[in-house]
Ligand binder design. Sequence first.
Ligand code: 3SL
Length: 252
Amino acid sequence: MKVLVYHTPEEIPTHTIPDCAIAVDVLRATTTMSTALAAGAEAVQVFSNLDELKHVSEQWPSEKRIRAGERGGAAVEGFDFGNSPLGCTSDAVSGRRLFISTTNGTRALKSIESAKTVLAAALVNRSTVVGHLVQNPAQTLWIVGSGWEGSYSLEDTVCAGAILQGLAESLGVSVTALAGNDEAIAAVALYLTWKDDLVGLLRNASHGQRLLRLNCDDDIVYCAQLDTLDVLPIQREPGVLVAQAVPAIASN
Ligand code: 3SL
């Protein structure tokens, strides 16, 4: 298995398709999606474009849908939700489809939707994602950070490092044996430096600072939790993710 980390969707190669690609948006889209699926959402359907989301979701029964829209960290007017994972209680989402468009995270998922297997990962479901990868090894695995409007983000990179570190430990191999690019090794170094203070890292990250200005510290604390949800968001058809349960594997 070779693991390549890309900091943003803009960095991924256009001439090749990996066996498995994972989108990461710790703050907050993939944390929100994982939480919604763990709380019983029927599926999560992602959109880059808000108008397309509105159009497609109109064709869905209103009692079976939740529409979430976020731009610049704030909820978009006219939508049921913004992008707070704390809103994804089972009362709110159980049995419903979450139609969601966010600034960066849903765009990252759209950019990898042609990979053979597509997953969404965050810190909260890291060990479940690792467990799936151990049981379903991919020859080529991409971990794609969502970043912020084309630039690097600390929180997505630390999650990529947590996944790779967990994978190396579970497989009993070195990180360097798995790493397919320098970004992968750097991501693990970032994770090892901050693993005991992930909430501190997220609060220091530029998007964490943006969320703090929007009074979203509770979301940051929630998103910084490691291995708290046993849920595997996996793409069932382009742009549509469902929960596939797999046994979690303990990782450090
Ligand atoms: O960029 C995104 O996709 C969002 O996750 C950003 S926010 O955390 O909702 O502000």
